[in-house]
Design a protein around this ligand. Structure first.
Ligand SMILES: [Zn+2]
Length: 407
């Protein structure tokens, strides 16, 4: 492979994705063969499902549907999907694999889009799923998406979108914030303090020159011990100081919980109870609870979210010319997924069947899969990102209450 001359960055252009150029070659060969034998127009129903979730998660968040709508709009086909932001289980409470959507129409219309379709859903859902689990673990705490720097800049907006709809409070990357309609959030880099040459002078300069609506969060681990710099920052900025941020390097961490506790104690002792403690650097699901217990008020979460494992959705034929058929290991026929509004019991049924009452608690069941594209016409509008985020948050809160994590 030579580095291409027609682009500076190794990314697919939007029209190349729309044309299906990022797909796997075997779909194009399949198209050629089916066209030659007159079977390209075979009517199929193809099911999107995930056999399991990364990290043993019991539930995931579906994300990426708006991009999928843009991929398939204007094509002669129907698309059925769960709503963007729906929390799903890979298997229902009877142990059957749960679908999240269906492509319905002639195979030749959409067959070759399997690769981009799955890619759009798998990555966004992976990030949203991990972010939502962090949201639940850190319920009530501030969560900022700091992961832009760990991934290709071409997908920065995607990463921040998925983290934000899954309940994060803000994002640091400027373009993401602009596209999401948010103010970008951040503190200050170590570079500022090193170049100014003095922590106190750097914090004061920040306070003097940065717009007033930006929260004053002092980075307190550049030169001295964290608790020493925390006190210095509080004394230097007084009431203007909103918080302190620690980004302690691995080599100095020892016990991060103890560091947080010491900072909290020393600040409180001097009357700076309002100063928040923000932690960044290596924050993930395995360590966030301990840091909250120690007194952390908020987190800048980077790599664990932007590099979240993807959800491995698959796409499979489940009907040909309205006859149920599926490969080994998959269930044939189009299905509906019902969820109990009360206890979040999941049950799959034949698509036409209705299930009104929850078999477990008698609560009301709701169908999760809806037609979202009809013969190329988009029937839903997921452009309101706040609405999607509220939907995800309400489900996370529901799960948190069911599991006794949230009071
Ligand atoms: Zn129920």
């Amino acid at each position: 492979m030579r580095f291409p001359r027609d682009r500076e960055f190794l990314i697919s252009k939007e029209d190349e994705i729309k044309k299906g150029l990022t797909t796997d070659i075997y779909f194009i060969r399949t198209e050629k063969i089916l066209r030659s034998i007159g079977k390209l127009d075979t009517n199929v129903k193809m099911e999107i499902s995930s056999g399991g979730l990364p990290k043993g998660f019991g539930w995931g968040v579906l994300a990426g549907v708006p991009e999928v709508l843009n991929l398939f709009k204007d094509m002669e086909m129907d698309l059925y999907m769960m709503r963007e932001g729906t929390i799903f289980k890979p298997r229902d409470d009877n142990g059957y694999r749960t679908p999240i959507g269906y492509l319905v129409g002639k195979y030749g219309v959409f067959g070759k889009y399997e690769t981009p379709l799955l890619g759009l859903l798998c990555q966004a859902s992976g990030i949203a799923t991990y972010s939502a689990h962090i949201r639940l673990a850190a319920w009530g705490k501030v969560l900022l998406s700091f992961g832009a720097r760990r991934m290709h800049p071409a997908i920065t907006p995607l990463i921040d979108y998925a983290a934000y709809i899954a309940g994060f409070d803000g994002v640091s990357a400027i373009l993401s914030a602009e596209l999401l309609g948010l103010e970008p959030q951040g503190t200050m880099p170590h570079a500022l303090i090193l170049i100014v040459g003095d922590q106190v002078k750097a914090w004061k300069a920040f306070d003097k020159y940065v717009e007033r609506n930006v929260k004053r969060i002092a980075l307190i681990d550049t030169l001295y011990d964290e608790k020493t710099e925390a006190i210095m920052a509080a004394e230097a900025l007084g009431e203007n100081l909103f918080g302190v941020r620690i980004d302690t390097p691995k080599s100095r961490r020892g016990d991060i919980k103890e560091i947080i506790k010491e900072i909290r104690w020393e600040l409180d002792l001097r009357g700076y109870k309002n100063v928040k403690i923000i932690v960044s650097g290596g924050v993930n699901l395995d360590n966030i609870k301990d840091m909250i217990e120690a007194g952390a008020d908020g987190f800048g979460v980077g790599t664990s979210v932007s590099n979240a494992p993807t959800v491995d959705y698959a796409l499979d034929i489940v009907e040909i010319e309205d006859k149920p058929i599926a490969k080994r290991g998959k269930l044939s026929g189009m299905k509906q997924v019902y969820r109990c509004k009360k206890c979040y019991y999941y049950r799959i049924t034949k698509f036409q069947d209705t299930l009104k009452k929850c078999p477990r608690c008698g609560g009301e069941m709701e169908p999760l899969i809806h037609k979202v594209i009809e013969r190329g016409r988009v029937l839903v509008d997921y452009s309101n990102i706040e609405e999607t985020r509220e939907y995800v948050l309400s489900q996370i809160e529901h799960i948190g209450k069911l599991e006794g994590i949230i009071e």
